[in-house]
Design a protein around this ligand. Structure first.
Ligand SMILES: *[C@@H]1O[C@H](CO)[C@@H](O)[C@H](O)[C@H]1NC(C)=O
Ligand SMILES: *[C@@H]1O[C@H](CO)[C@@H](O)[C@H](O)[C@H]1NC(C)=O
Length: 130
């Protein structure tokens, strides 16, 4: 019983912790060429989103006229309606094509350290609770 409580507590703490401390890349390929493709382990554009419930966004816009592609990464605070998990949406107009993604691990395809820790805790949780 005590173990179960402890495990549940750990899971809650981990979830809150990751939600609070998520970091996202904050950059745009317009001003920083490396924003287009960030090497794993490159933390120079990472910022703390610093708000509970924050997640990361990545937007890829292609201007129809010039064919120019702009990639923007930043913290997000308002989720897509109806979608809780990692998700991408496209929206196209005559002027631009846009792919907009939300993701709940660090950096939309950056380090996945946070996810690994949560997974570990969940496994421990599953084993203990049995
Ligand atoms: C995020 O990037 C924008 C534009 O590049 C910049 O103006 C802003 O200060 C950055 N935010 C933080 C928290 O560094
Ligand atoms: C990150 O992006 C690469 C290439 O864009 C892809 O192959 C890989 O599956 C992605 N990883 C994650 C965790 O999304």
């Amino acid at each position: 019983m005590l173990w179960k409580l402890l495990a549940a507590f750990l899971v809650v703490v981990t979830v809150i912790h990751t939600a609070d401390c998520i970091k996202c890349h904050n950059c745009t390929s317009h001003t920083s060429t490396k924003c287009a493709k960030i090497d794993s382990g490159d933390t120079s554009t990472l910022i703390e989103c610093g708000k509970p419930g924050a997640f990361c966004r990545k937007t890829v816009q292609t201007l129809v006229d010039s064919g120019e592609t702009r990639i923007t990464r930043h913290c997000g605070f308002i989720k897509f309606e109806k979608y809780d998990g990692d998700y991408c949406m496209t929206s196209n107009t005559n002027f631009k094509k846009e792919l907009s993604c939300q993701c709940f691990t660090e950096a939309c395809n950056g380090s996945n350290g946070v996810k690994a820790i949560s997974a570990l805790v969940l496994i421990i949780f599953a084993v203990v609770i049995r």
